[in-house]
Design a protein around this ligand. Structure first.
Ligand SMILES: *Cc1c(COP(=O)(O)O)cnc(C)c1O
Length: 366
């Protein structure tokens, strides 16, 4: 859409690394299947391109959040991946006909959903979602009790998977994981012989008893560290670069940006880049973020504004800093987890915030 000449920011998405990440996660599963969660445009990177690539590598199970994402994905995969299974994490049941038309698998979140689906589309596959501790979507403990008393309520249903979701899988010290695992196992006794799915990205790293039949990683596919506090086992998938629009020689004392929040203390140079919070380069990075020019760190100074951000490039050799040169806003030296931390947010929010003004460049071959 946006060209490299005209856009002031470039988001490079390495589909080869994405595939390698999926393969790595799959290899950790000792034979269980590995899906790909590509909701919210594959966490902002591009769902169609990601899915087509992953499908080539053998991924056949995809999860999106909403029905429209599922319809879009079904179309995108209509040539290259007709056998893809597309699950809708947050669908709702008033739209059953649309789900069936596009061959989408809903998550049934209540006894009412189950009743509706069984009456209307008993042949069409559906997942059953059990709430084991998120208190968000899924069958409640009370509904499970009812189901225990009245097991007939699911007879005739074409169940794809029984699913639950972990609240704290990236935290290996909490008791929540084991608690949810036990609740899930207990619920599964109500669905003998059904295929099962619990683990998200970090859940895969909690151990084999969390793997069940199908894992549902999202973030780790895109390079987010599923094992915070330990080295990141995943490849970095994205590079985010901002174009320098102008370089200014400055004398101290002088202020930078809105609110004059940064004061220059000695003679140097400021580079202004054409990326701002409107692009998802969070305002909370003001006076706290950092970019890289090659392997030289350039601190973000002043406030991030809507379309512009300023970096102190005094330490960079002059021939590297010129209008048109690119600063790595996220890259090998400053991966997505580090920038998210500097922005006081999660890498998930950072990725999904990246806006439409970036030129998205996909790398497909090694
Ligand atoms: C988003 C989501 C996932 C993927 O989680 P990651 O932490 O990104 O791996 C899996 N399951 C459900 C229900 C989700 O909502």
């Amino acid at each position: 859409m946006n060209s490299s000449e005209t856009s002031t920011g470039i988001l490079t998405i390495d589909l080869v690394k994405l595939t390698a990440n999926w393969q790595q996660l799959k290899s950790r599963l000792n034979g269980a299947d590995c899906a790909a969660v590509i909701k919210a445009e594959a966490y902002g990177l591009g769902a169609a391109r990601a899915a087509i690539q992953l499908c080539k590598a053998g991924c056949k199970e995809f999860f999106v959040a909403i029905i429209d994402e599922g319809i879009y994905l079904r179309k995108a995969l209509s040539d290259s991946c007709v056998d893809a299974k597309i699950h809708i994490l947050g669908g709702h049941m008033l739209t059953g006909q649309v789900l069936v038309e596009h061959n989408l698998i809903p998550l049934l979140n209540s006894l009412e959903d189950i009743k509706y689906w069984l009456e209307k589309y008993p042949q069409a596959p559906a997942d059953i979602h059990i709430d084991t501790g998120m208190t968000r979507l899924g069958l409640s403990p009370k509904e499970l009790k009812t189901l225990k008393k009245e097991p007939g309520r699911t007879i005739g249903l074409n169940i794809s998977h029984i699913i639950s979701h972990l609240a704290c899988s990236e935290d290996t010290k909490t008791g929540m994981n084991l608690d949810q695992l036990e609740k899930f196992k207990k619920a599964l006794t109500l669905f003998p012989g059904c295929k099962t799915s619990l683990a998200n990205s970090s859940g895969i790293f909690l151990g084999e008893e969390y793997h069940f039949n199908l894992a549902r990683p999202g973030g780790a596919l895109y390079g987010i560290n599923p094992t915070p506090g330990k080295p990141n086992p995943m490849h970095q998938v994205i590079k985010l670069q901002g174009k320098i629009l102008q370089v200014r020689e400055v004398n101290a004392p002088q202020c930078v940006g809105y609110g004059a929040t940064y004061k220059i203390k000695k003679k140097g140079r400021i580079a202004t880049v054409g990326v701002g919070y409107a692009d998802g380069y969070h305002r909370s990075l003001s006076n706290n973020g950092f970019g890289f020019l090659g392997n030289i760190c350039v601190p973000l100074v002043g406030r991030v504004s809507m379309d512009l951000t300023t970096f102190d490039v005094s330490n960079v050799p002059r021939h590297l800093v010129y209008p048109g040169a690119l600063i790595d806003l996220i890259g090998p030296m400053n991966p997505v987890d580090d920038i998210a931390k500097a922005a006081c947010t999660s890498a998930y929010e950072l990725l999904t915030s990246l806006g439409p003004r970036f030129q998205r460049v996909f790398r497909e071959n090694s």
